[in-house]
Design a protein around this ligand. Sequence first.
Ligand code: PXG
Length: 463
Amino acid sequence: MVAETHNLTKHWQALDAAHHVHPFTDTAALNAEGVRVITKADGVYLWDSNGNKIIDGMSGLWCVQVGYGNSELAEAGCEALSVLPYYNHFFKTSNPYTIELAAKLATLLPDGHTHVLFANSGSEANDTALKLIRYYWNLKGRPEKKIHLSRELAYHGVTFAAASLSGLTPMHPQWDLPLPGFAKVPAPYWFGAEAAGYGDATPEEFGLLVAHKLEDKILELGPDNVASFSAEPVQGAGGLIFPPHSYWPEVQRICAKYDVLLHADEVITGFGRTGEWFGCQTYAIEPDIISMAKGLSSGYQPISAVSLGPRMADTLLNANEEMVHGYTYSGHPVACAVALRNLEVIERLGLVARVKNSIGPYLQQRLREAFQEHALVGEVRGEGLLAAIELVPHKGVREFFPEVGQVGTHCRNYCFSSGLISRAIRDTMVLAPPLTATESEVEEIVMKLKSAIDRTAHDFGRI
Ligand code: PXG
């Protein structure tokens, strides 16, 4: 039996190496090491082809809100597959799954966001959002308003536009990006503020200083040329950057003052992650346009959406001409059926309130108890079921390791080998468990991470 699974694993590894190119991967290095084959999942657990059980502290890629193996979502998908496996929305047609999902989203989204367009990934949603922003300003007779602002360390996806919008600089040189018409402003990353030359400003002072960099950039480029500012309410893949409370109200004021559309990328923060349905509600942001994906279907189907606030909806939906945009799979009936059932399950299980009132605070408290005093840990930060543990060379000083990523990767490898999935972003360990995780599962995640951080500290001479 053991030999059998071993042979099967080798077989799949060889086929994968021979035929499959992985995202964000050094193919030659991965093939030399051999890929890990995930064969099944249930609740917060994954199993690999060697029978190892792994606890998923990342909800896949920040997306499996209801956990794996939810039979209701599977049934909803099966039903749609047999009733209406495909039809489109191009020929003056719609279908009940898409219609019901759009209407349901309108009840959950921030006030005034009554209309949605569907796409298939977060990148496509962001691409769509930028096109709609351009179209809006063209309709308004302000075609010179073209520049899209976003932030350093932002992750918005990989299409030409979404990658251009992203502020993680390694995403650009291979593809000659960013495209013209994109500019960046600093992220409200208080832990990195000293290293970035902001001195010892308090988080609230720093939040204002960084917001004013947005104003400076708008003035430098000319408000007449700036179309939009795109931002994740909490920056995810850039290292879980939670803005100081002073930040968002000031950004909102600045966008309003210079007539810059505010685009919220809720791909990670949507669907309960921060303890409200949307991160915009947690941070009292009033965006003109929102992108969402991931938790919309708990990752069970590829689906994303863009919602329009009143100002954009008024203009775009009353243009009295064809809007020349849409995908073959926009509002795919199977994806919509699964997403709709996913939202119903999140609602029925009260998962959003659970993140806000019980399991979120529990995770945050346990992480602080486990790591606040740890010699290798500079900061524990989080909101809802998003958490980050910053590993640092000198406790008490907001400073980074000279060789960025080495310690984090070391720790991440210990997590993997002990059966925990956590991500290392530079030297920050991040967690985003499913919204269904129980206290004992959270405890297992915290204990496994503690062991990995202890062993890392030992290896780097810090204990
Ligand atoms: N916006 C945000 C905020 C995201 O986090 C996207 C857009 C793009 O979505 P798609 O569906 O096109 O991948 C994302 C995706 C990581 C990681 O390692 C994060 C994402 C994707 C892949 C890896 O943290 N986020």
